[in-house]
Design a binder for this molecule. Sequence first.
Ligand code: C2E
Ligand code: CA
Ligand code: CA
Length: 515
Amino acid sequence: MPLTSKMSRKWTDRYALIVLSGLLPVVLGVLIIVWQANRSLKLEATQTAQEAVRQFDLMLENAKLAADIVLPQAGRDCAQVELALREQVTRRPYVRSVNLVWDNQIYCTSLFGKYKEAVSPEKYANGVLWLMPGTMVTPNDPVLVYRQNKDKRGVLISLYGFHLVNVLGLVNHKTYLLIVVGDAWIDRYGQVRNTPPPHLPVAQTAVPSPEYPYRVIAGFNEGEVWRHVIVEYPGLLGLLIFLGIVSALTVNRLQKRSSSPSSEMRRGLEAAEFIPYFQPVVRGDTKQWAGAEVLMRWQHPKEGLVRPDLFIPFAEHSGLIVPMTRSLMEQTSQLLAPHSSHMEPGFHIAFNTSAHHCQNLELVEDCRRFLDAFPPGHINLVLELTERELIVPTPTAHQLFSELHTLGVMIAIDDFGTGHSSLSYLREFNVDYLKIDQSFVALIGVDALSRHILDSIIELSAKLDLGIVAEGIETEEQSEYLAAQGVDFLQGYLFARPMPPAEFIEALQARLTPT
Ligand code: C2E
Ligand code: CA
Ligand code: CA
């Protein structure tokens, strides 16, 4: 609201709020989507790891079957069992070689027949599984060795590392998988490592085998969450951006609406911030207080006391001037009625009245209520209508002014000389007073032409039998001149400035002895 430049909130604040309201749904929505993406990646990693464990257990199941059959043969001469070993290699999928052990010594293999090599049980996780980087025959191809042992008898079944690597790469190519056996691990790249397994930054999950001593770790690389969000939720992302824009536009509209003059005034009206100030009107001859003009002030919580010319035009434009004037009349009657005894009979109380207020008969009721608050006939209620805003002479307007006349309400034409009211207009609406505009008063002693206009107005009012009020009197010279011309009432800083109710009541009490 343009009361002062301070009043419109700083534009940076306004835009920050708009940007924030636009970002908030997007940020909240993205957070929820990211949380959801993390959950589904975790689920995907777990399911992939479980599937890999199932596959590996299947391979080891074959090794175990072969071992179960061959173990009782351990200790027998190699030449006698060699064929049985080879048969297992042929019959069992994934199995690369079968080796017989006696007293921790390999003595017979499906590959070479009679053979001699020591077994190191400590290399086997739980004495059962060993992930070997390579063998003597194929030093770069890893193998998984399954061991069974009973007393001095033992069997070692080696499984192709190729199958392991295949599973690690193919179960779900998006998920990074590795199998950990004891201290060694291997991933889809096929190299056995004895370092601690790597930490996977997204959704890392470890699934142990229920049957054998190994576990599978699954997870995703850095950035997978965002890749997932973009690939899986493009529609939702679009919707969030749309919601953000809608929210920013709504806040923008609401801000515009809430900072509009009329909504700010509506708030002010509800908070009873529009209060009356009183400026006394004195008699031209005796200079005694004959009445007062009620002038509206806005006691704004941030701006302090606001002058009426800064907000009355907005109030008139929005129609709020009617309830505002009504409130002013109610406050005035409540404030002044208890002090009626300090006002001489016929004391004038004048309200500035907008043309809006004259469009229906509500004004009659407002005036009646005002007058009813005072002892009957004790005060004169005056409505000041500015000459710049003439009332359209409709049947309703005529009825209004006739009813006001019956009620005893007086009509003054404010700012007289600045508009175009005709004689017939003055008669039509039963005008009682003319208020000479202060611009003519200001030129007394300065400009001869203005003085002529002033003299003509005074003359005219006498001819029409209208009372006359001169306002804006600031100097003794103006006061003396107007008094000499027979002007009935004078108003201006020379006598008193508009003052708050308490000050006005105090001055009233001091001036007049109770009647
Ligand atoms: P107005 O009706 O012509 O009121 C007289 C204005 O002249 C007041 O200004 C008053 O403070 C000022 N004034 C009084 N004596 C002197 C003086 O000796 N020298 C100078 N320079 N000024 C003097 P204010 O209170 O600022 O009001 C300005 C205008 O706002 C009023 O002019 C009136 O048109 C409007 N207004 C004030 N209150 C109301 C209201 O309740 N309703 C409506 N519709 N308009 C109002
Ligand atoms: Ca006035
Ligand atoms: Ca005036």
